[in-house]
Write a protein that binds this ligand. Structure first.
Ligand code: A3P
Length: 328
C-alpha cells in the first residue's frame, strides 16, 4: 500500500473519505466502498487514476487476480512464456532466478497510486502487466471486453485472470496477513470474507465480472483456475501462450521449452532462490517475500475451517456464482 497519493490526486481525498467504509482487519486499514468494491483510500485514488489515465494497447496482456489466488505463480509463468525469446527459460541469467516474480512486471495500481504511471509508456510492446483491480476499475479500453456482455463486439487488450477455490483463498489470505496484524483470528478473517468487505472484494463480484467477460469474449479474457494449473501446468502454459499469440513452435516443443518454463516457475524452484528467501513485498506492512510461497496445494482449507464454516461459504458461493455456471 502506498503511503501518500501523489500531489496531483490529493483533491480526491475528501470524496474518498465520504464513501462508506469498514475496517479491513487483516491489513489494519480502513477500506472504502467505491463502485461496489472495497479498497483502501489510496487504492480508490489509484482506481480513479487508472480509469482516467491508463491507455491500453491492443497487444497488452494484463494478469489479473484477487490476492492469494496464485498471482505470483501466474506472473512468473506469463513472464517466462512471453519473454522466452529474449530470456530463454533454461538460462542461468534468467530474470526469474534473480528477481521476485512481482518485480518482473509492473503492478498497475501501484504505479498509478504513486504517480509513476508514465513509465508504462516507455515499455515496449507487447506489455505484460499485473493488477488486483476488479474489471470495472480498469480503463475503458480494457472494459470494452466487459461491455461485450451486453451484446457488443469484443475489442481491447488481453486479460489473464486466475481464480481459486474461495475457502482456500481465505485461508491463504489469513496466513499471509498474519505478518501484518498477527492478532487477527481466522474466524474474524472468515467473517469479513463472507461479508465481502475485504480488499478488492466482494470476492464473488471480482470473480464474476472476469468470468462473464471471459465467456462473452474468450479471445480477450482467459479465465484460469489455480487448481487446474496445479493439476496440469503444462497444458495451461500452452493455453496461455496460445492466448497471448505466442504459441510454442514444434521446435520448442521438441526441446521441452514448456517443461522448462513450468520447472522454472515451480513452487519448489521459486522458493529455493535467494531473491525469494529474502526481502519484502512490502516492508512497512512486514510482508516478507518468502511467505508468497507457502503450501501451494488445493484444499488446505480442510485443516483450518470447520464443516459449518465450509457450508456457509459454499452456500454463498453457490448463491452468488453457481447460477452463472461457476462451480468450485
Ligand atoms: P497458499 O497460501 O495456499 O500456500 P498469491 O501469489 O496470489 O499471493 O497467491 C499465493 C498462493 O499461491 C499461496 O497459496 C502460495 O503458496 C501459492 N503459490 C505461490 N507460488 C506458487 C507456485 N509457483 N506454484 C504453486 N503455488 C504457488
Amino acid at each position: 500500500l502506498p503511503e501518500q497519493p501523489p500531489e496531483k490526486l490529493s483533491h480526491l481525498a475528501d470524496m474518498v473519505s465520504s464513501l462508506p467504509s469498514k475496517m479491513e482487519v487483516n491489513l489494519g486499514v480502513r477500506v472504502y466502498c467505491y463502485q461496489g468494491f472495497w479498497l483502501p483510500d489510496n487504492w480508490v485514488v489509484a482506481a480513479i487514476a487508472m480509469q482516467r489515465g491508463f491507455k491500453a494497447r491492443p497487444d497488452d496482456v494484463i494478469v489479473a487476480s484477487l490476492p492469494k489466488c496464485g498471482t505470483t505463480w501466474l506472473n512468473a509463468l506469463a513472464f517466462a512464456t512471453m519473454a522466452r525469446h529474449t530470456y530463454p527459460p533454461a538460462a542461468a541469467s534468467h530474470p526469474l532466478r534473480r528477481l521476485n516474480p512481482h518485480q518482473c512486471l509492473p503492478f498497475l495500481e501501484g504505479l498509478f497510486a504513486t504517480g509513476q504511471e508514465a513509465m508504462l509508456d516507455t515499455l515496449p510492446s507487447p506489455r505484460l502487466m499485473n493488477t488486483h483491480m476488479p474489471l470495472t476499475m480498469l480503463p475503458n479500453t480494457v472494459l470494452t471486453t466487459a461491455a461485450a456482455t451486453e451484446g457488443g463486439g469484443c475489442s481491447g487488450c488481453r486479460v489473464i485472470y486466475i481464480c481459486r477455490e474461495p475457502k482456500d483463498i481465505v485461508v491463504s489470505f489469513w496466513h499471509y496477513f498474519q505478518q501484518s496484524v498477527p492478532s487477527v483470528t481466522l474466524a474474524e478473517t472468515f467473517e469479513a470474507f463472507c461479508d465481502g468487505a475485504k480488499i478488492f472484494g466482494p470476492f464473488w463480484d471480482h470473480i464474476l465480472n472476469y468470468w462473464r467477460a471471459s465467456t462473452a469474449c474468450p479471445d480477450n479474457v482467459l479465465f484460469l483456475r489455480y487448481e487446474e494449473l496445479l493439476r496440469d501446468p503444462t497444458s495451461n502454459v500452452r493455453k496461455l501462450a496460445q492466448f497471448v499469440g505466442l504459441p510454442f513452435s514444434d521446435a520448442e516443443e521438441e526441446v521441452g521449452v514448456v517443461d522448462t518454463i513450468v520447472k522454472l516457475c515451480s513452487l519448489d524452484n521459486l522458493r529455493s532462490l535467494e531473491t525469494n528467501r529474502t526481502g519484502y513485498v512490502d516492508k512497512r506492512m512486514n510482508l516478507r517475500r518468502e511467505t508468497l510461497f507457502r503450501k501451494g496445494i488445493a484444499g488446505d482449507w480442510i485443516n483450518h475451517i470447520t464443516p459449518e464454516m465450509a457450508r456457509r461459504l459454499d452456500d454463498i458461493v453457490a448463491q452468488k456464482l453457481g447460477t452463472m455456471g461457476l462451480i468450485f
